[in-house]
Design a protein around this ligand. Structure first.
Ligand code: 5AD
Ligand code: SF4
Length: 459
């Protein structure tokens, strides 16, 4: 069987796609790069906003067309698959295999059933399952928990991914060991709400460390860089900031979604914190980590958001001075409390607020990135880039960074980079040696010629 996977959504979906791909391979499938080559196409879906749902709808339409012309098995997995909305779509577009986020390990049964299989049960074995490590990659994701116990009124995720279940520290450390053996240098611990790790359904699990202690444990594994996402401010404790400060491998990078700067809107979102408590967390983080890089998520145009509320979001942005932000227009999702109880604001109003927020974000990102010019940053270069002769990667603070290839640093690796130039979205620099001297760059023409020659050499 030749299988092709298409992934929408967050890093958790990327992790799940990797998990399912490795299952497919273990059942004898070849992974192929395009729909044309495949006899099984599996789409990993996201349901968090209307846009990713629309993308899946049009892709499934396209796949049904292919199916009318030749034999093809179509599968759908992930968050949308768990919802009635997605299942209706699956019926309409003749989807054969459907796997909810808790039933990924049913992929084998699905393949054996020769076509039609729908799995929507949450299976406990998923938490103990350790997928093989990504080969040849310096970066890996590591799921430390699944699901979410919060009930933010706009969010569909508690419905799609179910209540929070933390993975045991043993399973986490075993998976980490395999990743380290495979050469991983940066691990991102994943969960819907990592700060609540080890406290499922409000009760601390016996033998599970707090998230802060988990960071300390992972820090002792020898991994070079540790990141984590996502944090819910409600469960944030100062001990997490302290653990970050005392664990050298943990990067000075915190993604703490605020969603709104107005306590009134936060109440309507059922976020369980106020503007003031959020700012208190930021102050604690800055106290322990003076060089911290801060990122956030913001939803604009939540139902009932007034101009005054929005101004509070803008002023909170200035107070925190975020390095980056993911900004979203509120999208009413069927099945969420805010969809049921509140009226959506006019589209133009939401768009106009988003535009103003983007202006703010750009100003801050420009300012914050400019402070990196002249500094040496530790950059994890992935070994690829959009342009020939360059390498792309990211710093410990998650800044996307571009460098020209240099002699002694032609491919993937973690290198010191002297930043020479910045934009709101990117840092540009040169790889340097231990004394801070730039390594000689590979002339661009030579790099292009090498790229032309190497396929011939390999043949
Ligand atoms: N509309 C817009 N944005 C949403 N998010 C979650 N649900 C919605 C929604 N209904 C955003 C939040 C969250 C991020 C993953 O997606 O900002 O942090
Ligand atoms: Fe990830 Fe949320 Fe989208 Fe599910 S709905 S894929 S958890 S972003």
């Amino acid at each position: 069987m030749k299988a092709h996977m298409i992934t929408y959504g967050c890093q958790m979906n990327e992790y799940d796609s990797h998990l399912v791909q490795s299952q497919l391979v273990s059942f004898g499938a070849d992974l192929v790069d395009s729909i044309d080559e495949a006899d099984f196409v599996l789409v990993n879906t996201c349901a968090v906003r209307g846009k990713p749902v629309d993308k899946v709808r049009s892709l499934l339409g396209q796949l049904r067309k292919v199916k009318s012309q030749r034999p093809l098995v179509v599968g759908m997995m992930g968050c949308l698959a768990q919802l009635e909305e997605g299942q209706q779509m699956a019926r309409k577009f003749e989807v054969d295999v459907l796997l909810g986020p808790g039933s990924l390990l049913d992929i084998g049964t699905a393949l054996e059933s020769n076509g039609r299989f729908w799995g929507l049960q949450f299976k406990d074995e998923l938490h103990e399952h350790i997928p093989p490590s990504p080969q040849g990659k310096l970066q890996a994701h590591l799921t430390i928990m699944r699901g979410c116990d919060h009930h933010c009124t706009y969010c569909i995720v508690p419905t799609t991914r179910g209540p929070q279940v933390s993975r045991s520290p043993d399973d986490i450390l075993r998976e980490l060991d395999l990743q380290l053996a495979a050469g991983v240098q940066e691990v991102t611990l994943l969960g819907q709400n990592v700060n609540a790790y080890g406290v499922d359904g409000g009760a601390r699990l016996a033998g599970y460390p707090s998230f802060a202690d988990l960071l300390r444990m992972v820090g002792r594994s020898g991994v070079k860089r540790i990141k984590f996402t996502t944090s819910h401010p409600m469960n944030f404790t100062e001990d997490v900031a302290a653990a970050m400060a005392e664990t050298p491998a943990v990067c000075d990078f915190v993604h703490l979604p605020v969603q709104s700067g107005s306590s009134r809107v936060l109440r309507r979102m059922a976020r369980e914190y106020s503007r003031e408590t959020y700012l208190g967390h930021i102050a604690a983080i800055k106290k322990h980590l003076p060089n911290v890089v801060l990122a956030t998520d913001i939803i604009v145009g939540f139902p009932g958001e007034t101009e005054e509320d929005f101004q509070e979001t803008l002023s909170l942005y200035d107070e925190v001075g975020y390095d980056s932000a993911y900004m979203f227009i509120y999208s009413p999702r069927p099945g969420t409390p805010s969809y049921k109880h509140f009226e959506d604001l006019p589209r133009e109003l939401k768009t106009e607020r988003l535009q103003r927020l983007i202006v703010k974000q750009k100003e801050w990102s420009k300012l914050r990135n400019a402070t990196k010019v002249g500094t040496v940053q530790e950059v994890l270069l992935r070994g690829d880039a959009h342009s020939e002769g360059f390498l792309e990667g990211h710093t410990r603070g998650n800044h996307p960074t571009v460098v020209p290839k240099a002699f002694g640093a032609e491919g993937a690796g973690v290198y010191p980079v002297l930043i020479g130039h910045s934009t709101p979205h990117m840092l540009y620099g040169q790889i340097v040696d231990a004394d801070g001297q730039p390594l000689p760059e590979i002339p661009r023409l030579e790099a292009q010629a090498a790229a032309l020659i190497s396929p011939l050499q390999m043949a």
